[in-house]
Design a protein around this ligand. Structure first.
Ligand SMILES: Cc1ncc(COP(=O)(O)O)c(C=O)c1O
Length: 402
């Protein structure tokens, strides 16, 4: 994959010195995605499902055809794709609708310390409200979830397994193709947080057999404010809406009302229309690049970077065996927030903190970590720019007595 060519698709790279290494937080957006969003607002920026006039038909047709694009992309049925505000919103719908209705006192919900707060916190609320128990999968010494450790906590009381596809801090891929059938054997439902998975790897919800799967637009070259919740049709059918109001309702009487079928009963009010349409364009762009190429490219960058980082004294890498383009590390004795300011001085964008997954930071026994994350537009020149800056940072902090 020619990342130098791909950079030309992103206007932000008019700044030739920009080294963007924070795609796990939010990816950059290619011009063609921005153009689709722009076109919506400029040429047919009206509401969907309501107007009996041509512009509204156009908006509705494009909005719904984007749903079909996304359904095909993950091998779901049309009615199984719900547009949400993002992955957090999608995961909250699962917990608040399915969880609140199906989890009862004494039931167990399996989670783990790698989960992003967007997946963990809604289930904490369900557990509290329903007097259910949160059960943690023990992580391996590397900080991984394994099938073996999952089996240690799986019981007949397990009602839900809330689990990530790829950890946003450690970058590890969860063995879901083994875990999901085991969960189903005890009758549990599996809610997958694939916010870090879908941008980088082909996910076929049917062959994975996930019950729910959530992801964000803004991490996969799409706009902010849009995400997707996939749910199996049979589950969505019997679930109640989480929010009530316009567009999601079929008929309203004085004291009763009847919601539409899925996916519409979960899309209350005016949706992010242009954003949903532009997400369809992001999907086409990813498909044109090809997942195989994306994965191969990220692997090569990650391997090169880790190998070079390991030569630098005073740097601790927390996930040296990682299989994706996410590298978590620290400069010994230096607070990550100080370090990240140094990198910013070299026009390198990266993340420092707990990455909305405080339990991982605690598990690593550190205050915070630095994280770089690669995507389609990153080049080996970016890796070298980062490595040079890292060497400079280590020398600088040493020289000032850290
Ligand atoms: C693993 C994971 N889950 C969920 C989220 C939240 O996604 P969103 O910003 O779309 O709500 C993120 C974003 O950082 C993430 O990395």
């Amino acid at each position: 994959m020619d990342a130098n060519r791909i950079k030309q698709d992103f206007q932000v790279y008019e700044d030739k010195t920009l080294c963007y290494l924070d795609s796990a937080a939010s990816s950059l957006k290619p011009d063609r995605v921005i153009n689709v969003l722009d076109e919506y607002y400029k040429k047919y920026g009206v509401n969907v499902h309501r107007g009996v006039y041509n512009l509204s038909y156009i908006a509705t047709e494009k909005y719904e055809s984007s749903r079909q694009t996304i359904a095909d992309f993950i091998n779901a049925d049309f009615d199984e794709v719900i547009f949400t505000r993002g992955a957090s919103n999608a995961l909250n719908v699962v917990a608040l609708s399915y969880g609140m209705a199906h989890v009862n006192e004494g039931d167990e919900i399996i989670v783990n310390e790698l989960e992003h707060h967007s997946q963990l916190l809604p289930w904490q609320q369900v557990a509290k409200a329903k007097k259910a128990k949160l059960v943690y999968i023990p992580l391996t010494i590397e900080g991984r979830i394994t099938t073996e450790n999952f089996q240690k906590v799986l019981t007949n009381k397990t009602k839900v397994v809330a689990i990530n596809h790829t950890s946003n801090v450690m970058g590890y891929i969860t063995p879901l193709e083994e875990i999901i059938p085991l969960a189903h054997e005890v009758g549990a439902v599996v809610s997958v947080d694939a916010a870090q998975g879908v941008p980088h790897q082909k996910i076929d919800v049917k062959s994975l057999d996930a019950d729910f799967l959530a992801f964000s637009g803004h991490k996969m070259l799409g706009p902010t404010g849009i995400g997707v919740l996939y749910g199996k049709e049979a589950l969505l059918k019997e679930m109640s809406p989480v929010e009530y109001g316009g567009d999601m309702i079929d008929s309203v009487e004085k004291y009763e009302s009847v919601a539409k079928d899925a996916p519409y009963k979960f899309e209350t009010g005016t949706p992010p229309i242009g954003e949903a349409i532009a997400l369809g364009e992001a999907v086409r762009y990813i498909e044109e690049l090809g997942y195989e190429n994306i994965r191969e490219h990220e692997q090569a960058l990650k391997e090169y970077t880790i190998k070079e980082m390991q030569k630098i004294e005073g740097v601790t890498i927390y996930n040296p065996t990682v299989e994706t383009g996410i590298i978590a590390f620290n400069i010994d004795g230096v607070h990550p927030h100080d370090a990240v300011t140094y990198f910013d001085g070299d026009n390198i964008c990266m993340r420092a903190g707990h990455h909305c997954a405080q339990l991982v930071t605690r598990w690593l026994n550190v205050v915070a970590t630095l994280r770089i994350s690669y995507y389609v537009y990153n080049t080996f020149e970016d890796a070298d720019q980062f490595l040079t800056s890292l060497k400079g940072a280590v020398a600088f902090f040493k020289s000032v007595g850290f």
